[in-house]
Design a protein around this ligand. Structure first.
Ligand SMILES: NC(=O)c1ccc[n+]([C@@H]2O[C@H](COP(=O)([O-])OP(=O)(O)OC[C@H]3O[C@@H](n4cnc5c(N)ncnc54)[C@H](OP(=O)(O)O)[C@@H]3O)[C@@H](O)[C@H]2O)c1
Length: 313
């Protein structure tokens, strides 16, 4: 299933490799475009929306758009832990600030609980070993209380070359003998396939998997600055031609077929990209094609080192 991530819909600047984008749209037109993309996604059948307070306007626009709908099947997942601070300034040095404290959790919950009853998943945004959030008893207990008081699941999102280590640690967290975390939003794509080794374990324990960064922040698209990916580009291009879809649809389908029963997030920043991404629903890759794509993976360390160097564009 495809869901829609709203990171690119809430902030005009985002981590990627694009060069040709209008970086200074008026806030009003940017907001309207984002609203239209949400509506288009709904019309095209998307019912899962991922957002976060760290995504600038995203929660606000999503909430405004939700008021126009009466549909119980719409699911919202949001997060806590990042605050957006760039004030929509293209030259901002800092875009977001991370804080995994009980105070931040309580403050952001006060805002995000407006998504109830559509809110079904509440996640720690980018849980890492460094912030100590998975050892923070006050935070973990508070999340358990939220889960008890509301019909929501609790999850984490992971980032970085040690995603699997963080996942494993999170799976071991229990509150009064019950595992706290129900869902895991993880980076997975043709380049970083490390999640695959834990898929069966997660599935056996009935955990939900949400895939983010399925297009490797745009790195799956042909780019002359990334000559080392020529084999990746050729393989994706051949499949795109064969199936009459874009490279994005092939890359998304690769994730869908390899991580079974997952929700794969489209990170489309406009309706054209969204329509192109959704072509993934119309195709099925052959086993040998999946295998040829599997061979294109790089190490998680190489993947995340390169990602760190991507600018906010
Ligand atoms: N929890 C976390 O820490 C975290 C981190 C990252 C993402 N996420 C979630 O996952 C979602 C998806 O991740 P993502 O947006 O980072 O990654 P992504 O899917 O790897 O990349 C999305 C980017 O790919 C480009 N793109 C998409 N379709 C395209 C097309 N047809 N043609 C050309 N370019 C296309 C767009 O770039 P341009 O905008 O440059 O055109 C878009 O912003 C986010 O929206 C967010 O909800 C969560």
């Amino acid at each position: 299933m495809l869901g829609l991530g709203t990171a690119a819909l809430g902030r005009p600047q985002y981590i990627n490799i694009r060069k040709d984008k209008n970086l200074n749209p008026s806030l009003e037109s940017f907001r309207q475009d984002s609203f239209n993309t949400l509506e288009k996604a709904y019309q095209l059948g998307i019912r899962y929306f991922d957002t976060a307070p760290g995504y600038g306007l995203a929660e606000d626009v999503l909430l405004e758009w939700l008021q126009t709908k009466e549909d119980e099947t719409i699911t919202v997942a949001t997060k806590w832990g990042y605050t957006y601070v760039a004030n929509f300034d293209a030259n901002a040095k800092v875009h977001e600030v991370k804080e995994h404290s009980l105070e931040k959790l309580n403050a952001q919950w006060q805002v995000s609980n407006a998504f109830l009853p559509h809110l079904k998943l509440y996640q720690i945004h980018s849980a890492t070993l460094e912030t100590g959030v998975l050892n923070n008893a006050a935070v973990l207990n508070r999340l358990a209380v939220l889960k008890k008081e509301h019909p929501i699941e609790i999850g984490i999102t992971t980032t970085g070359s040690n995603q699997l280590e963080v996942l494993q640690k999170a799976m071991d967290v229990t509150i009064k003998g019950t595992p706290l975390f129900d869902a895991f939003q993880v980076t997975y794509n043709v380049l970083d396939q490390s999640l695959e080794t834990m898929c069966n374990t997660l599935a056996k324990q009935g955990k939900k998997i949400i895939i983010k960064e399925a297009l490797a922040n745009g790195r799956v698209f042909k780019n002359s600055n990334y000559k080392h990916y020529s084999k990746l580009y050729n393989t994706l291009e051949k499949l795109a031609i064969k199936y009459h879809v874009g490279i994005d649809a092939i890359a998304l389908k690769f994730c869908q077929q390899n991580i079974k029963k997952s929700i794969v997030l489209s990170g489309a920043s406009n309706t054209e990209q969204l329509i192109s991404n959704l072509q993934a629903n119309k195709i099925t890759l052959l086993e040998e094609e999946l295998n040829s794509l599997k061979k294109l993976k790089i190490t998680p360390v190489a993947y995340w080192q390169e990602r760190k160097q991507l600018p906010w564009n």
